[in-house]
Design a protein. Structure first.
Length: 746
């Protein structure tokens, strides 16, 4: 068997092309800059103490003490021994960030196209169109790296499962094992879960086919091979998975043992996360047209307008100087959709959508069925509270669905399926196996349907309200005329983008028609169509992620600068905690970067500390703050950040006088409204506490317990007490890792 060096050379050439294009798009990386990612800044604040510990001690602590009073580091960059898949993944991501993830986007879909026997040139331009999909670029801009990472490996998993179900068992097993191993290693289980839903849809479509053709034995063999491959992929990530499962049950992604709200009323529902929290980011039903028209709903909460805008003119008429007006319109709140905040529209591309519709006419296979079914399911679920029947059904009955929030992010399945199907359809258009009549019919009716829809938007556009959720605020602050000007600008960008999308579809249609009439060579037509689709996306993307987002690398490795409050606290070399009330303490890792903070920034906080925050810390209960050894409060007073000492903090450990017995966790958490934590601790009633009659203790003046030595994952105390005593430690207890040992000395 001889290698086809010509084909290999073409693939190598395209891989090099992906590298060049990824670096060219993020070209500031060549100037030793890196993109400023807000979520990575927060991650750095959480991880800094762990990084310092590893540098000092040369070991993984698997515990961080600088956030939420202490938590496992499993989801804060922990590395595990013998995690070879992760090491290989790092080798694959050899480009500077974020070009590495863009490169992975390209390569992942290119490989899937090849599995589907798509012509390499079409696979190349299709992979580019997928990688430049606006949502995929935006998540790189804000720092959702793990999400991007997981999306990039989705096509490999799909390739594997399709091979298994098409009876290519050995290759299917191999590819799916590798794909699943890398997918799980990305550590973004929400994206992997959504991929799993798509795989279920694929399985059901092929099951129906197997029943119809009476090939159930072969079908279940393929499913069995896919399951074995999944197990293999999971087994290569065993440590990570076990650690995550262990922690998730005790995090906010698990179920709280407290069954009441802070007001004392019983919680409604039994999901791991609250319904309102899960559906906070619900995609609007009409917002779906953002996939075709980028600023159908205004774009983002911060759109750039110019001096010719109605908003600029109104600001000037209100007395604003040109500099003030310019500053406002460069961050204009044009978004008028249902979500609380949007960084950019989830635009797939007018050209890509047009090709997708052509594919609907040309492709007749199971491939088409699961693409449509998976996309529709993802779309309906992305609507969240706007399609509450289905959302509640999934939350209540589909395992693990209630573990994830931001339901709109399931649209990544659409972001994958539409470009995939669009360029498979382009392959059908450029094959001799498809008749001229079918091609012409597909082209004609696609233009009529997509073009007609866009023309309808142009006609009906004046009837839209263009009213945004923030308009009441702006009306109160600036008046009704200002809001009218804002609506006019929303209408303006809406109309401009509808016309833009219509123009793109017309140009693509003309190119395909010329090719159909043999007035353009096939490869030239493919390149032109691909260039139109990619350029369309790139021009939109640069409005939201561009060279202005790149900074010196030091700003990412050292993202926070100590202020006077930080410096004052850092002079205190004892061991204590800090809470930063100058910001939302449970939504910022700034304090965690410098101090052992009671707050932090994480999507899966420890559940117990979240309960304490909801019931007591947010209400300013000093007894709870004292119990958690909070020695300093960071406060803002008339714009000045200051450190306020808390002399009443309880210290690292202390002896109490008595125990208050409670029956359950509800009583336990409410008890902190009544007790003095220096003298009283709570004890949940169980068999041991019922047999123990000693709930009061005598302390003499010589009794003490103090912290002798401190390490992030090891604390040594020294104690002396002539009586029986009950010691309370200010540490956050974690049952699956913290162990206590007592050494007696004469």
């Amino acid at each position: 068997m001889f290698l086809n060096w010509k084909k290999i050379g073409i693939h190598v050439l395209f891989i090099i092309g992906f590298i060049v294009i990824a670096i060219a798009y993020f070209y500031p990386v060549l100037q030793d800059k890196t993109i400023y990612q807000s979520d990575i800044v927060q991650y750095r604040g959480m991880a800094q103490h762990q990084i310092d510990f590893i540098d000092t001690h040369g070991e993984q602590p698997y515990w961080i003490d600088n956030a939420f009073g202490g938590m496992p580091s499993y989801q804060v960059g922990a590395n595990y021994p013998h995690h070879y898949i992760k090491k290989i993944d790092r080798l694959i991501r050899f480009l500077p960030r974020p070009a590495d993830y863009l490169f992975l986007y390209f390569v992942g879909l290119y490989i899937l196209f090849l599995f589907l026997k798509v012509k390499p040139l079409i696979a190349f331009v299709g992979a580019l169109a997928f990688g430049f999909s606006t949502y995929l670029i935006i998540i790189l801009g804000v720092g959702h790296n793990a999400k991007a990472h997981a999306i990039a490996y989705m096509p490999i998993v799909l390739g594997g499962i399709l091979m298994c179900l098409r009876h290519n068992y050995f290759k299917g097993f191999l590819i799916m094992s590798i794909g699943m191993a890398f997918e799980i290693a990305t550590n973004h289980f929400q994206m992997t879960y959504y991929l799993g839903l798509l795989c279920v849809v694929i399985g059901l479509v092929y099951l129906i086919k197997a029943i119809q053709q009476k090939h159930l034995a072969a079908y279940f063999k393929g499913v069995g091979v896919a399951i074995l491959a999944t197990v293999m992929g999971l087994s290569l990530n065993t440590t990570n998975l076990m650690a995550t499962k262990e922690y998730s049950e005790l995090s906010t992604r698990g179920k709280s043992t407290v069954s009441i709200n802070p007001d004392g009323k019983e919680k409604v529902g039994n999901s791991a996360l609250e319904y309102d929290y899960i559906t906070e980011y619900s995609y609007g039903i009409t917002e779906t047209f953002n996939l075709l028209v980028p600023r159908f709903k205004g774009g983002s909460n911060r759109e750039k307008l110019d001096k010719n805008s109605e908003t600029y003119a109104e600001l000037i008429s209100m007395g604003a100087n040109p500099s003030q007006a310019k500053s406002f319109v460069e961050n204009a709140p044009l978004y008028w959709g249902d979500q609380p905040f949007v960084a950019a529209p989830a635009y797939i591309g007018a050209g890509v959508i047009f090709l997708f519709v052509i594919a609907l006419f040309l492709v007749k296979s199971r491939f088409k069925q699961w693409i449509i079914a998976g996309s529709i399911l993802a779309l309906l679920l992305s609507w969240g509270d706007n399609f509450s029947f289905l959302t509640k059904l999934f939350i209540d009955y589909v395992p693990l669905y209630d573990k994830f929030r931001a339901v709109s992010s399931i649209q990544v399945i659409i972001e994958l399926c539409i470009p995939l199907f669009a360029f498979v359809g382009l392959t059908y258009f450029f094959t001799n196996k498809t008749s001229y009549e079918r091609k012409f019919h597909a082209l004609k009716w696609s233009l009529i349907s997509v073009g007609g829809l866009l023309l309808l938007f142009m006609i009906l556009g004046n009837g839209f309200s263009f009213s945004g959720g923030s308009d009441a605020y702006f009306s109160q602050q600036y008046g009704a005329r200002f809001v009218r000007a804002l609506k006019e600008d929303r209408k303006g960008v809406f109309m401009a983008d509808v016309i833009r999308s219509l123009g793109i579809c017309l140009v693509v249609a003309v190119v395909l028609w010329l090719s159909l009439k043999q007035k353009l060579k096939q490869n030239i037509a493919i390149l032109i169509v691909g260039a139109i689709c990619v350029l369309d996306l790139v021009l939109i993307n640069t409005n939201y992620v561009n060279e202005d987002d790149f900074v010196n690398k030091r700003q990412m490795t050292k993202p926070f600068v100590a202020n006077s409050a930080d410096n004052e606290i850092l002079r205190d070399k004892s061991h204590f905690r800090v809470i930063d009330f100058s910001a939302n303490p449970f939504n910022s890792s700034r304090a965690s970067y410098f101090h052992k903070s009671l707050g932090g920034y994480h999507a899966a906080k420890p559940q117990r500390i979240q309960d304490l925050f909801d019931f007591h810390i947010s209400q300013g209960n000093r007894e709870v703050l004292n119990m958690l050894n909070t020695k300093y409060f960071i406060l803002e007073n008339q714009g000045e950040i200051m450190a306020q000492p808390n002399p009443a903090h309880n210290g690292n450990a202390w002896f109490v006088d008595s125990l208050k017995v409670v029956e359950n966790d509800n009583q336990d958490i409410l008890a902190f409204n009544e007790i003095n934590t220096k003298t009283t601790a709570t004890l949940k009633q169980d068999s041991d506490s019922r047999q123990n009659n000693t709930f009061n203790f005598t302390k003499d003046s010589t009794a003490f317990i103090k912290l002798e030595s401190y390490k992030m994952n090891e604390l040594v105390y020294k104690s002396s007490n002539s009586n029986d005593g009950f010691a309370v430690f200010s540490e956050v207890y974690y049952p699956h890792g913290w162990n206590a040992y007592i050494s007696l000395s004469g």
